[in-house]
Design a protein around this ligand. Structure first.
Ligand SMILES: [Zn+2]
Length: 388
């Protein structure tokens, strides 16, 4: 195909992306502000805005009261006329929720249920909630994002292997959900989804080089490098959790022994405490008891902090992020724990890379991750699919 034939489509796609990213970063903007911020000509921006308004991705807000002359209505990501649905799959519980395109989660339309024992039962539950959230509103549902633990083949939408949720292995939940509901659905690996959430709604706004370590159920690493997610050969990069750190350690969901994720996560802490106290715990129950001193666990906490510091040091040494975000619960037990992890990581890191990196807790969560994933997908794919 000749360059002249490709170029209009490419330019258009770039304009769409710039307009949407500008609105994601700044919130509602007038057409004039959009033109200034994107550096694209006013007629081109206007044409793309018209198409995006038609597609439902954007809405016009109210005109400002104090405008002289022709009032310029602000353009924003859809809040009223359109919604997206997010799904978080996890080992013990799953969540289905509705949100606007600017990431506002509708708390009244958020449902949590225990993860069923079979894939068919899971799909039935998901279908039921998605259909309910699609039908109980006048908003148009533009898509469904599924935050998925384990390895996801993005091209074929297949869950390749999930050590902590094996019922989805080799399954295609996004395609299956689309077949049942008619809604465009995508699977997004959960740590990569967390990266997107922190970049769209959290403290990674404007950061092009950062990493996100999920240390909750499993241990995963998402890396943003040069403004793009690091994918690897086929999108599977970042499985830091399955590096062996104790060859004679516990059996991991992946089949190996002593993987980092069996030692450095919320799940690792729960396993250690469950064994010592001979009682089954859930993370949401045990964190308050550890915080108020009902349960004392200095040895277990030292151990998970030590191994987490190995993971943190590995991420910093390997990827040189400007910020490393941590997502998980146990570091919230007391303020000394994050400091302890950073101190121990410092000893295991090369000084120059450590000094250039700040380590902080993520402020977004997996629910926002599922929403960010579908919003990201819709904004990236808006260009080529639209008419014109
Ligand atoms: Zn493993």
């Amino acid at each position: 195909m000749a360059l002249s034939q490709i170029q209009p489509g490419l330019l258009r796609k770039m304009t769409v992306r710039k307009v949407l990213e500008s609105l994601q970063t700044h919130g509602p903007l007038s057409r004039a502000d959009l033109t200034r911020d994107t550096g694209i000509s006013a007629p081109t921006v206007s044409k793309v805005v018209v198409d995006l308004l038609e597609s439902g991705l954007l809405e016009e807000g109210a005109a400002p009261d104090n405008t002289v002359g022709r009032p310029g209505k602000k353009i924003q990501l859809a809040r009223d006329g359109a919604q997206v649905i997010g799904i978080v799959l996890d080992q013990h519980t799953c969540v289905v929720l509705a949100a606007s395109l600017d990431g506002q989660i509708d708390g009244e339309r958020t449902s949590t249920f225990a993860t069923p024992g079979t894939y068919d039962a899971l799909l039935n539950q998901l279908t039921e909630f998605v259909q309910r959230f699609n039908e109980d509103t006048t908003s148009q549902t533009l898509g469904v994002g599924i935050s998925t633990p384990g390895l996801v083949d993005e091209e074929y939408e297949r869950c390749l292997f999930s050590p902590n949720l094996q019922i989805i292995n080799r399954q295609t939940p996004a395609l299956d959900l689309t077949k049942r509901t008619g809604l465009e659905s995508i699977c997004f690996q959960e740590t990569k989804a967390l990266c997107m959430a922190e970049r769209l709604y959290g403290n990674a706004r404007g950061l092009d080089d950062f990493a996100m370590m999920d240390m909750s159920t499993g241990l995963g690493l998402g890396v943003f490098s040069g403004g793009e997610l690091l994918r690897g050969h086929n999108g599977l990069a970042g499985e830091l959790g399955h590096i062996t750190v104790d060859p004679t350690g516990k059996l991991c969901g992946c089949g190996n022994h002593g993987c980092l994720e069996t030692l450095a996560t919320d799940s690792a802490l729960i396993t250690m405490l469950s064994e010592r106290l001979n009682q089954k715990f859930l993370i949401e129950d045990i964190i308050p008891q550890l915080k108020n001193g009902q349960i004392q666990a200095p040895d277990e906490l030292n151990r998970v902090c030590e191994y987490l510091s190995i993971a943190v040091a590995a991420a910093i040494n390997l990827f040189n992020p400007a910020t490393l975000f941590l997502y998980g619960r146990f570091l919230s037990i007391n303020a000394a724990l994050p400091e302890q992890v950073v101190r121990m990581a410092r000893r295991r890191t090369l000084d120059p890379t450590f000094e250039q990196c700040s380590v902080r807790m993520a402020v977004t969560n997996k629910q926002q991750g599922a929403i960010a994933a579908i919003v990201h997908h819709l904004t990236r794919s808006a260009g080529p699919r639209m008419s014109g």
